[in-house]
Write a protein that binds this ligand. Structure first.
Ligand code: AMP
Length: 426
């Protein structure tokens, strides 16, 4: 019988090992502080939702719904999906709890794992973490600018540099259908100059051709009619205002007429933020978002304008790793408890509890019997004092305290040791 090879984490899914937790903690604390300032409340939605929520919300013709969802049928016959993104679930919760009856806008942020069945490559995983901000129930362009500002601030606080905002407007239901027709007509006359995927997109969603990265499609794309020339007055005015707010905030943006984003729910403003460095460009946008004025209605809620965005944590961390982050090292224990013999071992477990109650961190290696091994560990931890609790001391209810800097030792009653150390460590 051949031995089975070792178990590995599933393709495109990773463990977050203890050494990486500090990045998640740091990002989380920056988000939390900024969310607090701007008055966003945290929401957690289930990791699984009805598949139809994403089919309707994200859109049937999108890559996410067509190729990337982990969907399954339950024993009870429900058709569920591991959430591929956070906006549709937040919109679902907004409708489910009747939040349109609360003072508007309602502002949420979230942080958690998301799942897409993609071909794993740099910056693209099958389980990845995102955080997002969503403002629901407000149509003003100032909200679009504030969402962009929030993400920009979070990245800046985390020492990202050379940040660029790519921005576009993709219109709304009064101007986009006509533009789509114009665009489809244009690409139809150049169908042979398009890749196989784009020829499919031509039928389902010609807008998506604009962000195709295939070399073959670039000449046709570069000459394509641009949506900014076809926006209705309302969308044009809205976009103009967003850009004026960004100017006022002195945020660096670039108009990108080819930015359409891969989700159907967007209307008007769409944007991405990326770092304009080698690494930043190689792995794609850090943040993606925009306005989604139709989503709540598509999900059978009342008409509710909204705007939001999400950032990918793994992509952020892969850039943060290249820079000194100045993480504070966790301070280790100041005291080590070394024990020798069964009675001392038994009493040590209880003695540790007394230290814990006094909030004194104590290192130990209770599973080991060799004093040498324990003292070696105490040395490695760099503690100030080591307590030596041998068989004889345990019988006499005493304990030895050793000053690690001077090597001086004293013996004293076990009963007094916690108080004594508390004083010495002050
Ligand atoms: P999206 O939800 O597609 O608008 O993506 C928003 C952000 O999430 C992107 O800019 C990325 O930073 C991140 N992201 C999206 N898909 C993945 C993925 N498969 N792996 C890692 N990060 C991702």
């Amino acid at each position: 019988m051949t031995r089975r090879s070792k178990f590995q984490s599933p393709t495109g899914m990773h463990d977050i090992l203890p050494r990486d937790q500090q990045y998640y903690d740091k990002i989380y604390s920056v988000i939390e502080e900024i969310a607090d300032f701007y008055g966003f409340s945290k929401i957690d939605t289930p990791i699984i939702e009805e598949a139809e929520l994403f089919e309707r919300g994200v859109g049937l013709s999108t890559d996410i719904v067509q190729k990337q969802m982990f969907s399954f049928k339950t024993k009870g016959g429900d058709y569920l999906t591991l959430r591929p993104e956070g906006t549709a679930p937040v919109a679902r919760a907004f409708i489910q709890y009747g939040m349109q009856n609360r003072p508007q806008p309602v502002k949420f942020w979230y942080f958690g794992p998301f799942f897409r069945h993609e071909k794993p490559q740099a910056g693209r995983y099958r389980q990845f973490y995102q955080f997002g901000f969503e403002t629901l129930g407000e149509q003003s362009s100032v909200v679009d600018a504030q969402i962009i500002l929030i993400f920009f601030n979070i990245l800046k606080n985390l020492k990202f540099k050379d940040l660029i905002i790519g921005i576009n407007s993709i219109g709304d239901s009064s101007c986009r259908p006509y533009y789509k027709k114009v665009l489809a007509g244009y690409f139809r006359s150049r169908e042979s100059a398009l890749c196989a995927d784009c020829r499919k997109r031509l039928k389902q969603n010609p807008l998506r051709i604009l962000d195709c990265k295939e070399e073959k499609c670039q000449p046709a794309i570069s000459m394509a009619p641009q949506i900014l020339d076809h926006l209705c007055d309302e969308c044009h005015q809205h976009f103009k205002e967003v850009l004026e707010f960004l100017d006022e905030l002195e945020l660096p943006y670039q108009l990108n007429p080819y930015l359409v984003r891969g989700l159907d729910y967007y209307t008007k403003t769409v944007f991405e933020i990326f770092e304009n460095t080698e690494k930043g460009k190689s792995q794609g946008a850090l943040v993606g978002g925009g306005r989604y004025d139709n989503l709540i209605k598509v999900l059978r809620g009342n008409e509710t304008p909204a705007c939001g965005a999400a950032a990918g944590i793994e992509r952020m961390i892969s850039i943060m790793r290249q820079r000194p982050m100045g993480f504070r090292r966790r301070s280790g224990p100041d005291v080590f408890l070394a024990q020798l013999g069964p009675l001392a071992k038994r009493k040590s477990l209880k003695l540790l509890e007394e230290f814990r109650e006094e909030k004194i961190q104590v290192g130990e290696l209770l599973g080991k019997d060799s004093l040498k091994a324990q003292l070696n560990r105490a040395n490695k931890m760099g503690v100030k004092y080591t307590l030596i609790f041998g068989q004889k001391e345990a019988l006499e209810e005493k304990i030895i305290i050793r000053d690690m800097a001077t090597g001086k030792q004293k013996i004293m009653p076990v009963k007094k040791i916690v108080k004594k150390l508390k004083k010495m460590l002050r």
